[in-house]
Write a protein that binds this ligand. Structure first.
Ligand SMILES: CC(C)(COP(=O)(O)OP(=O)(O)OC[C@H]1O[C@@H](n2cnc3c(N)ncnc32)[C@H](O)[C@@H]1OP(=O)(O)O)[C@@H](O)C(=O)NCCC(=O)NCCS
Length: 149
């Protein structure tokens, strides 16, 4: 029905070197969306790499199957990460689609930066917005987030 993946990095990410690698060129050839996949790869690796210099927990994936949306499943999975964040004192970080952004806002995530992907650059139509968001654990001192540009 719904799937969420929280990754916990108490000492920052151990795989920073992997995040600096370009996408395997073979992955670009799989289908007609290769260039978009490559742009997404570059975006996620760069942003996760920047945040990865700091201790945090990352919401790496959240999806609810379309027939079960707006019934609270996504919220439950977000809350499980928030609980872990508050227990550990680690800030919670994610990159939100427009569908997820409102939901995360309800739980105290704040915008850091928004990037627009113009899908016409990739043979499609529309614009996809991704917003980096951060929620500080409750009851802890302010976290210094590195420049994400
Ligand atoms: C984003 C996503 C994961 C949300 O999952 P979800 O299970 O629908 O989440 P919830 O049901 O907890 O909350 C969604 C909305 O329904 C509302 N809601 C929750 N339970 C409800 C209920 N019983 N009755 C009415 N509304 C309800 C929530 O308040 C929320 O409202 P909002 O739009 O104002 O934020 C889902 O839309 C999705 O999979 N989208 C595609 C993938 C994607 O964009 N993932 C996020 C990547 S960061």
């Amino acid at each position: 029905m719904a799937y969420g993946k929280w990754e916990i990095y108490p000492r920052g990410r151990p795989d920073l070197n992997n995040l600096r690698k370009p996408m395997d060129p073979c992955d670009r050839e799989v289908d007609e969306f290769g260039r978009l996949r490559e742009a997404a790869h570059e975006y996620f690796c760069r942003r996760n790499g920047e945040m990865g210099k700091h201790p945090h927990i990352l919401l790496a994936l959240l999806v609810t199957s379309s027939q079960h949306r707006r019934r609270g499943a996504g919220s439950l999975l977000v809350q499980s990460g928030i609980k872990k964040s508050d227990e550990t004192g680690l800030p919670a970080y994610l990159q939100a689609s427009e569908q997820g952004r409102r939901l995360y806002g309800h739980y105290g995530f704040e915008d850091i930066d928004t990037v627009e992907f113009n899908l016409s650059d990739y043979g499609m139509t529309g614009v996809e917005r991704m917003t980096e968001m951060l929620r500080k654990p409750s009851g802890t001192a302010e976290l210094k987030v590195a420049d994400s540009t």
